[in-house]
Design a protein around this ligand. Structure first.
Ligand code: FAD
Ligand code: NDP
Length: 319
């Protein structure tokens, strides 16, 4: 017979670790399933793919994304969280205790916090699959320093904060960086926009979309279109970096819980409560507006406090 856990937390990003710290401090003996390269992202989540984090309180000089996540993980462990580096494949939330399947093992739990974050989107254009990781990437910080990109023309697709960050980062390696923005406006913060507009190595092509990735063994060219004039052209480049947003990591939930059209978990307004009593969601998996480390951590805290309440209710009923 499997042990029935008080609380399982799926995901080891800022949301998951904050939930773990609070749950462990409340002596709930939490178990975290942090994922094993789930969706291609290391345990620790999205911040492990960035360099400096300058807006997380408590680090006046900034802190490396990987370092911040190492510290959160250590804090979870120090307070008594058990962590397994395993990816959840499916869940059965039809009755309590909930059933979780990961790595062929079955876990049972009285409460559940889903904090599985989100993953970079792809365009799915012709040539992309063949040339993926052969000149095409969704993480400049991870791949930008590779020799194939040195002193080459590099392209970034997207007009958000991440696209700006990636373009700025790539100026260290490429001879020039071209940003393809599908509208004539950026989505990025004004401060970020200013930084890319001012950079002498960055050129911006507005109203422009990619149609095809071309190359024999590695990326050589990109077919692009100006969506205002419908004019097509070819852009020679050795590197292509997608920065077009993220999709929530909710596939493993398979209809067990209410999600919106894009797959984000639906929570009650101002609360981490989901459509299933005893199941909570925190972080980017339920937030397409703020999507920050600190907001994810905040909701992680709320989820742990709500889980504590529900466990107390369950204990009262069992008396
Ligand atoms: P994530 O950090 O995405 O963590 C999700 C976790 O779930 C991971 O551990 C993953 O392995 C795990 N997981 C996924 N699927 C499964 C599964 N099936 N089973 C088990 N585990 C699973 N925000 C800021 O505040 N400041 C910044 O400077 C900043 N810079 C950023 C730079 C980049 C390049 C990116 C991409 C994002 C940046 N953000 C920044 C946003 C920030 O990283 C996210 O808002 C935050 O990481 C979300 O935390 P999370 O815990 O919800 O999810
Ligand atoms: P965003 O959703 O903010 O931006 C996505 C960008 O990609 C937009 O310009 C969007 O265009 C474009 N795009 C989307 N789909 C396509 C497509 N199919 N083809 C072409 N372009 C496309 O995502 P980000 O990943 O940039 O940022 C995620 C979150 O992380 C944000 O909240 C951001 O603020 C945060 N972040 C914060 C940082 C900081 O505070 N220092 C640093 C990095 C990220 P359109 O606008 O037309 O939809």
């Amino acid at each position: 017979m499997n042990t029935i856990e008080n609380i399982i937390i799926i995901g080891g990003g800022p949301a998951g670790h904050t939930a773990a710290i609070y749950a462990a401090k409340a002596l709930l003996n939490p178990l975290m399933l942090e994922g094993f390269m789930a969706w291609g992202v290391p345990p620790g989540g999205q911040l492990t793919t960035t360099t400096e984090v300058e807006n997380f309180p408590g680090f006046p000089e900034g802190v490396g994304g990987l370092e911040l996540m190492k510290r959160m993980r250590q804090q979870s462990i120090n307070h008594g969280t058990r962590i397994e580096t395993i990816t959840v494949e499916s869940v059965d939330l039809n009755k309590n205790p909930f059933k979780i399947i990961a790595g062929g093992k079955e876990y049972l739990t009285k409460s559940l916090i889903v904090a599985t974050g989100a993953t970079a989107k792809r365009l799915r254009i012709p040539g992309e699959n063949k040339l993926w990781q052969r000149g095409i990437s969704a993480c400049a910080v991870c791949d930008g320093g590779l020799p194939i990109f040195r002193e080459q023309r590099l392209v970034v697709i997207g007009g958000g904060d991440v696209a700006c960050e990636e373009a700025l980062y790539l100026t260290k390696f490429g001879s020039e960086v071209i940003m393809l923005v599908r509208r004539d406006e950026f989505r990025a913060s004004k401060a970020m926009q200013e930084r890319v507009f001012k950079h002498e190595k960055i050129t911006i092509m507005r109203n422009t979309e990619a149609l095809e990735c071309i190359g024999e063994k590695v990326l050589e060219k990109l077919k692009i279109i100006n969506n205002k004039t419908q004019e097509e052209s070819t852009l020679e480049c050795k590197g292509l970096f997608y920065a077009i947003g993220h999709q929530p990591n909710t596939e493993f939930l398979q209809g067990q819980i209410a999600v919106d059209q894009e797959g984000y978990i639906i929570t009650e307004k101002g609360s981490p409560k989901t459509s299933v009593k005893g199941v909570f969601a925190a972080g980017d998996v339920q937030d397409k507006v703020y999507r920050q480390a600190i907001t994810s951590a905040g909701v992680g805290c709320m989820a742990a406090l709500e889980a504590e309440k529900i466990l107390e209710e369950q204990r009262e009923k069992e008396k």
